[in-house]
Design a protein around this ligand. Structure first.
Ligand SMILES: [Ca+2]
Length: 345
C-alpha cells in the first residue's frame, strides 16, 4: 500500500514533468515570419533597402538598426526603425527611435500617402553622431538631431524582418485568411561613416543568400504572433523574400515582383542612376501626430524587436532539454517499475 501510494505520486510527478515537456513543442506558434540580420555591428553609417512591403492588416515589414542585447534588462536599449504598415493597403510607415534602460523612450512618427506594397521603394536610414535621418526614395522624411539620437552610441546590427504584432491598436486587426504574405527586397546597401562622409562598404543584390553576411532568425518574442523561421527567408531571381505563412507551409514557390524602378540607391556614390532614384515619387513625409498612435507600453513594446541570439539559444535549449529530460525520466520510470516488481513478495 505504501509502495503503491509512492508509485502513484511518482507517476503523477513524472507525468506532469513529461507532460509539461511535451507541451513545449505544441506551444510553437501557428504562424511563421522571417528575419535576417548582419551579425557584425557598425557605429554610424548609411543603411539603404530597396523593398516592396507586404499589404495586409496586422503585419509590418521592417528595416532597422539594433544594438544586440537591447532586450536584456541590464542593457541600454538602442534601436532605429523603418516599419511599414501592411494595414490600409500599406500606405503608411513609421519611423522610430527606441532608447532607454528599464523604461524606454519612443519617438514614433507615422508617414503616409505611399504605395509601399504596389512597387519597390528605397528606404534610407542615415545615422551620424547625434543625428538620424530617414529618407524615402531620396526624400528626407524625418530628421532627429540631439535628444534620443544622442543616446545612440553603440554599434548596431542591420536587420530586416516581417512579422505580425499582436497589437491591433498599432498594426490593425489580424485575420490569418490573408496568409501567405511576402515582403520582397531587391537589395541592401551599407555605408560606413567617417570624416563627414559615407562610404559604400557593401551592396547585396540577393543574387544568392550570403550566409557569410546574413544570419537567419529562429526565435520569437511575446508580442509576435509568429515564430521567425529560417525557411521563410528565401532568395529567388535576385530578390530576398521574407514570407509569412502558417506553420508547416514555410517557403516560397511564387515569382517575386520585378523592381521596375532605379537599380541603385539615391546615393551620390552610385551616380549612374542616382538621379533616377527620385523618379519614383512617393509621399513626402506627412508626420501624422504620433500621439494619435496608442503610445501605451504595450504598443511600444510591440514596436520594438527584442529578438536576439540569446532568446534563440533559449528556445533551442528548451526543446533539446526536454528530449534529454524526457528520456531520463522515462528511463527512471522504467527502473522504478522494474525495482518495484522485483521487490514483490
Ligand atoms: Ca536584387
Amino acid at each position: 500500500m505504501r509502495r503503491g501510494v509512492f508509485s502513484l505520486k511518482l507517476f503523477t510527478l513524472l507525468a506532469s514533468i513529461i507532460g509539461a515537456g511535451w507541451l513545449t513543442p505544441a506551444q510553437a506558434k501557428p504562424y511563421k515570419g522571417a528575419e535576417i540580420f548582419v551579425a557584425d555591428p557598425q557605429l554610424y553609417g548609411k543603411f539603404v533597402i530597396r523593398m516592396q512591403a507586404a499589404k495586409g492588416s496586422g503585419v509590418i515589414s521592417n528595416f532597422f538598426l539594433w544594438k544586440d542585447g537591447s532586450e536584456m534588462e541590464s542593457i541600454f536599449w538602442e534601436e532605429v526603425d523603418v516599419e511599414v504598415f501592411g494595414k490600409n493597403n500599406a500606405t503608411s510607415w513609421q519611423s522610430n527611435i527606441i532608447t532607454g534602460l528599464g523604461s524606454k523612450d519612443y519617438s514614433e512618427d507615422v508617414h503616409g500617402d505611399g504605395n509601399f506594397a504596389d512597387q519597390y521603394h528605397t528606404f534610407t536610414i542615415e545615422w551620424t553622431p547625434n543625428q538620424v535621418r530617414w529618407l524615402v526614395d531620396g526624400k528626407v522624411a524625418r530628421t532627429t538631431a540631439g535628444g534620443q539620437a544622442g543616446d545612440l552610441v553603440s554599434p548596431a546590427q542591420v536587420r530586416l524582418n516581417f512579422w505580425p504584432p499582436d497589437n491591433t491598436a498599432w498594426v490593425g486587426p489580424w485575420n490569418d485568411n490573408i496568409l501567405p504574405l511576402h515582403m520582397f527586397v531587391n537589395w541592401v546597401e551599407l555605408y560606413s561613416y567617417s570624416n563627414g562622409q559615407f562610404e559604400l562598404e557593401w551592396r547585396d543584390d540577393f543574387d544568392y543568400f550570403d550566409n557569410g553576411r546574413w544570419g537567419k532568425a529562429d526565435w520569437t518574442f511575446a508580442e509576435n504572433r509568429a515564430d521567425f523561421s529560417p525557411n521563410n527567408a528565401i532568395v529567388k531571381n535576385g530578390y530576398l523574400i521574407l514570407a509569412m505563412t502558417r506553420e508547416g507551409q514555410e517557403g516560397y514557390n511564387g515569382t517575386p515582383p520585378t523592381d521596375n524602378g532605379p537599380i541603385a540607391s539615391s546615393s551620390t556614390a552610385r551616380s549612374s542612376s542616382s538621379s533616377a532614384a527620385s523618379s519614383n515619387q512617393t509621399q513626402s513625409s506627412i508626420a501624422v501626430s504620433s500621439s494619435s498612435q496608442a503610445q501605451s507600453s504595450s504598443v511600444t513594446v510591440a514596436s520594438s524587436l527584442p529578438a536576439s541570439s540569446s532568446s534563440s539559444a533559449d528556445s533551442g535549449v528548451s526543446l533539446g532539454a526536454f528530449n534529454l529530460w524526457g528520456l531520463t525520466w522515462l528511463l527512471m520510470l522504467w527502473a522504478v517499475a522494474k525495482v518495484s516488481k522485483s521487490r514483490k513478495p
